[in-house]
Write a protein that binds this ligand. Structure first.
Ligand SMILES: [Mn+2]
Length: 350
């Protein structure tokens, strides 16, 4: 994957220099913990240290991007200086103060590359969509296997760890974020930190998890009952949240804002007085990062476009009682929402 030209086209500078791991991964398709991607109108060069040089040369052999070994940022800055670059685009919000000082010392005129990077990253190409689809399939395969092996007495930590193991077993290269496994009352905390609490019959279970495949993330939440609970309120609210999810997925169209998208779920829940318990936004973009543009929230002006990948995740949380969230990773294609997920969203009672 070479996205350097795609981004550089949108930037009015002599050259672009990018140093953050996620942005490097996006630009080159190659993962590394040290390096800089340099791009101008004639070339793209990935500067990295000897640990990555061999892997990078092999991975980028057929790409437009050259590979050079650089021991430090100094080497890279000298290279740029030697090319007589005046205006340099850098991702401002990612710069450390020392990195900024080093650039200023060399008298580059700096402009911000972050808006162009964000805009390019949120509209995915075919390869990127295929990677997300794979990450979603793996997460669901792991989930199916987990359901058949959940046992009374298992702790949240054990469940989260086992689910992460299963994702790797099914082909994931990593998890996309810290897995959330919440049992019983703990489900009412939207981002509960998994602990030693044990699973008992009749408890609601909330699992929020995802993995990485080919550098791209998946994100999914399922809430279910571990055995019949006889709690009619839980079942009723589950139905409302599921309807909110389905209505949003049915009605979201390319060209709408994140705010309009969020309102489909929020307005539905409002009819039942549940909107005040929907304490977060409807969704977020997903890519090499688990949270990126666009935002789907009550205040988001982001415009949704074909090729964007984001989550739809309405949730309702009753403090000290239970919480329910139902989340799919989806894409916009042909103007409408297409979910990457196939697993059951109707209420599961194990
Ligand atoms: Mn999410």
């Amino acid at each position: 994957m070479d996205n350097t030209k795609k981004v550089f086209r949108e930037i009015k500078a002599d050259a672009m220099l990018t140093g953050s791991p996620d942005l490097r991964r996006y630009l080159t398709g190659f993962a590394s913990s040290f390096g800089f991607v340099y791009t101008d109108a004639q070339e793209s060069v990935f500067f990295t240290d000897p640990r990555y040089a061999e892997g990078a040369r092999a991975a980028l052999k057929h790409s437009y991007i050259g590979v050079e070994v650089a021991k430090s940022e100094e080497t890279v800055l000298e290279y740029i200086k030697s090319k007589k670059i005046k205006t340099l685009a850098v991702p401002m919000e990612r710069l450390t103060l020392p990195a900024y000082e080093a650039l200023k010392k060399r008298r580059f005129r700096l402009i911000d590359s972050m808006p162009a990077l964000k805009a390019a990253m949120c509209v995915k190409g075919e390869e990127e969509l295929a990677a997300v689809a794979r990450a979603c399939r793996i997460a669901e395969e792991a989930y199916e296997e987990l359901l058949s092996s959940l046992k009374e007495g298992m702790t949240e930590n054990e469940t989260a760890g086992y689910l992460e193991y299963l994702m790797r077993k099914h082909g994931a290269e990593d998890r996309s974020f810290e897995t959330i496994a919440a049992f019983g009352k703990n489900t009412s905390v939207p981002h509960h930190a998994s602990c030693g609490d044990k699973l008992k019959k009749g408890m609601p279970v909330l699992l929020d998890f995802g993995c990485k495949a080919d550098g791209y993330c998946s994100d999914i939440t399922r809430t279910f009952l571990f055995g019949e609970s006889g709690d009619d309120e839980f079942k009723e609210v589950y139905g409302r949240v599921l309807d909110a999810h389905r209505i949003a997925a049915d009605k979201i169209r390319a060209g709408m804002t994140g705010k309009e998208a969020d309102a489909f779920a929020r307005d539905h829940l409002r009819q039942y007085g549940l909107d005040k318990f929907f304490t977060h936004s409807l969704g977020h973009g997903i890519g090499v990062n688990i949270h990126e543009a666009p935002r789907l929230s009550a205040s988001s002006a982001d415009v949704l476009r074909d090729g964007m990948v984001f989550s739809i995740e309405p949730g309702v949380y009753f403090e000290g009682k239970f919480g329910i969230r139902i989340e799919d990773s989806v894409q916009l294609a042909g103007g409408v929402v297409r979910s990457f997920m196939q697993s059951e969203k109707g209420l599961t009672v194990l």
